[in-house]
Ligand binder design. Sequence first.
Ligand code: PBG
Length: 324
Amino acid sequence: MTTIRPRRLRRTAAMRELMSETHVRVDDLIAPLFVREGIDQPVPIDSLPGVVQHTRESLRAEVSGLAQLGVKSVILFGVPSEKDAVGSGASDPNGIVQLALGDLRAEVGDDVVVMTDLCVDEYTDHGHCGIVDEHGSVDNDATLDLYVQAALAQARAGSQVVAPSGMMDGQVAAIRSALDAEQFSEVAILAYAAKYASGLYGPFRDAVDVEIADGGDRRGYQQDYRNVREAQREIDLDIAEGADMVMVKPALAYLDVISEAAARVDLPVAAYHVSGEYAMIHAAAQNGWIDGDAVALEHLTAIKRAGANIILTYFTRWFAEQHQ
Ligand code: PBG
């Protein structure tokens, strides 16, 4: 009897490289970036070490630096100085994201794919992703109109990809038809298709200064993490409505959802490695409990191995610097 020995293929570093199946590339990554109105210095975000709220000027410098490192895409989030019940800043031509888009397209042109998160929670005084009705729930169809206005404002300002993240029913169809009607048929839609109501968004809410009114949450519109079949239904609907890419969010606790989506759909699948996932690695590494760099690479590789083609991650700059 001879022993079957898989370890033969792990003996040397060269052998392991030869056998390796999954590789994360800088080209796969999208850097989420925050731009805040009314500041003259970048503001660090304590719960997201290394990430800042940018000024328009520091954002421009950051994106140009990322382009030099080979990063192919960024997604913008705005932090306005004024918030109101309907999130007006999201569609104001002089809103912070629209102004920043103009700056960035002038700076990097088509060298970097400039995407925009499309939601209103950063802009509403109650922190919800839409218009709140008299019962305190988010009015789906009234909210679609806000998203359409925001999509048009972003497209006019130069966004190449809009990414609706509010989880309203019909949002992709409403945005697609409005963009097409206004001659923006070349603007793509990255749909946050399977977005779960997760405890992992905490640091992001610090980054965009959002607190949901009355201790509320988003479980009335984001998905229940106990469900996976529901995610596939959401993904199918977004594709039928005209999505160009679909996203699963968060990433690491949802590798089963990513893997099933990758097997079932023929569009690019993105995964959002969210703020809490990034913060946990940093916090444990700061305590000396894990090797942060090693875990970051392990996690990004796992997300890719599960089937994501594209990863939105706050590790984008770090990864690009390591792979020069
Ligand atoms: C909603 C939005 C959120 C994130 C991206 N878009 C927050 C939420 O749904 O509460 C979270 C991203 C992260 O945690 O990194 N506009």
